[in-house]
Design a protein around this ligand. Structure first.
Ligand code: SF4
Ligand code: MG
Length: 336
C-alpha cells in the first residue's frame, strides 16, 4: 500500500485587504502508516496553514487553495464536500491544538467532550461512550478517571487539560493526529511528559503523527522524518538522521544553531538566524531565504532553486547543490 498521506504541491493564498499573502507555496511531502513527521520552521513559515488544509479547517475565504492535492489513503481530501469532511475530521484525522483552554468547551464535562466525538463517529450508545471516556482518561494518565470524567475543564491543571485534549483526539481512533505546537503553552517539565505521552499513545494506537514544532530538540527525540519549512516552502526534508547528520540547507543549519559564519574563520554557533522571515505579501525574488543566507550567490536572487536529491528520502532546495556551484559551504555541500 502507498503512504497514508501524500501532500502534492499544496499552494494556499490568503486574500487580505493589503493584498494576497502566499502562505503556502508548493509544499509536498509524504507520511507513512505509523510514522511521525516533524514539520519545523519559524512562525509564519506556513506550518499551521498546511495543517489546517489537511484538516479542511482553512477559512475560505479568506484562504484559497490555489493548487495541489492532499491524498489521504489515496483519496484527494480537497475534493470532499463539507458533509464528507465531517466524517474525516475527528474520525480519521484529529487535531491537538497548542492551547488546551481554547480547544475545550468550558461548559461541558470532559467525559461528555470525549464521548461526543466517539458517539458521532461510531454511533455508540451513551453508556459505552462513557466507559470509553474513562478508559481514555486512564490511558492519558489522569488519576481517578471515574471521578474526573464528570468534571469540567477549569478543574484541571494545564498539563492535565492537554492530556484531556489528547484523549479527545484519540476518541474515534483516528489514523492521523496533527499536533500543532502541542506543548508550547505548558511548563518545561510538563512539556516533556506530554510529548512522551503522545508518542506512547501513538505507538499503542498505531496512529501516524504530524508534529508541528519550532523545537529541534523535540524533533531529534521523536520524529522519523522531518520537513523544514521556510516562507511557505519546504526547503529540506528527509529522515531525522539525514536532516540532522547530513544537513543540506543553510536554513536548517541555522535552525540547528551552527550556521557557519563567513565573516570569521572559526565556526561560531548562533543563537538564532539574523534577520526575520519575509513578508509573504511580497516574497523575496529567487530563493526566499537569500536575504538572510550567508552563502547567497547571484543566482539565488534571480531564480527559485529546484529540488536536489541526496537519497530517495532526502532532498533540499538550494543552489549550493548545483554541480557548478562554488565550494563555499563544504559542511552543507558535502562530498568531503
Ligand atoms: Fe542560500 Fe542560495 Fe541556497 Fe537560498 S539557494 S539557501 S540563498 S545558497
Ligand atoms: Mg503556528
Amino acid at each position: 500500500r502507498g503512504p497514508l498521506l501524500r501532500v502534492e504541491n499544496l499552494t494556499v493564498d490568503f486574500h487580505t485587504y493589503a493584498g494576497v499573502v502566499q502562505a503556502v507555496r508548493g509544499v509536498s511531502f509524504e507520511l507513512g502508516y505509523g510514522e511521525t513527521l516533524a514539520v519545523v520552521g519559524e512562525s509564519g513559515s506556513g506550518k499551521s496553514v498546511t495543517a489546517q488544509a489537511i484538516l479542511g479547517l482553512l477559512p475560505r475565504p479568506p484562504a484559497q487553495i490555489r493548487s495541489g492535492r492532499i491524498l489521504f489513503g489515496g483519496r484527494n481530501l480537497l475534493e470532499l464536500g463539507e458533509r464528507e469532511w465531517e466524517n474525516v475530521r475527528g474520525r480519521e484525522i484529529a487535531m491537538v491544538f497548542q492551547d488546551p483552554m481554547t480547544a475545550l468547551n468550558p461548559t461541558m464535562t470532559i467525559g461528555r467532550q470525549i464521548a461526543e466525538g466517539f458517539q458521532k463517529h461510531t454511533g455508540a450508545g451513551a453508556r459505552e461512550a462513557e466507559e470509553w471516556a474513562v478508559e481514555l482518561l486512564r490511558l492519558v494518565g489522569i488519576p481517578q478517571p471515574e471521578v474526573r470524567v464528570r468534571q469540567y475543564p477549569h478543574e484541571f491543571s494545564g498539563g492535565m487539560r492537554q492530556r484531556v485534549v489528547i484523549a479527545i483526539a484519540l476518541a474515534a481512533r483516528p489514523k492521523l493526529i496533527i499536533a500543532d505546537e502541542p506543548t508550547t503553552a505548558l511548563d518545561v517539565t510538563i512539556q516533556a511528559q506530554i510529548l512522551e505521552l503522545l508518542m506512547e499513545l501513538k505507538t499503542r494506537f498505531g496512529t501516524s503523527l504530524i508534529l508541528i514544532t519550532h523545537d529541534l530538540g523535540v524533533v531529534a527525540r521523536v520524529a522519523d522524518r522531518v520537513l523544514v519549512m521556510y516562507a511557505g516552502e519546504g526547503v529540506e526534508w528527509g529522515t531525522t538522521e539525514e536532516v540532522f547528520a547530513e544537513t543540506r540547507h543553510p536554513y536548517t543549519w541555522g535552525l540547528l544553531n551552527s550556521l557557519p559564519r563567513l565573516d570569521k574563520d572559526r565556526r561560531e554557533p548562533l543563537v538564532s538566524i539574523p534577520g526575520s522571515p519575509p513578508n509573504l505579501l511580497k516574497p523575496p525574488s529567487g530563493c526566499a531565504f537569500h536575504p538572510r543566507c550567508p552563502f547567497a550567490m547571484e543566482i539565488c536572487r534571480q531564480a527559485s532553486p529546484p529540488e536536489y536529491r541526496f537519497s530517495p528520502t532526502h532532498g533540499a532546495r538550494c543552489f549550493l547543490h548545483h554541480p557548478a556551484a562554488p565550494r563555499i559551504a563544504p559542511a552543507i555541500q558535502g562530498g568531503g
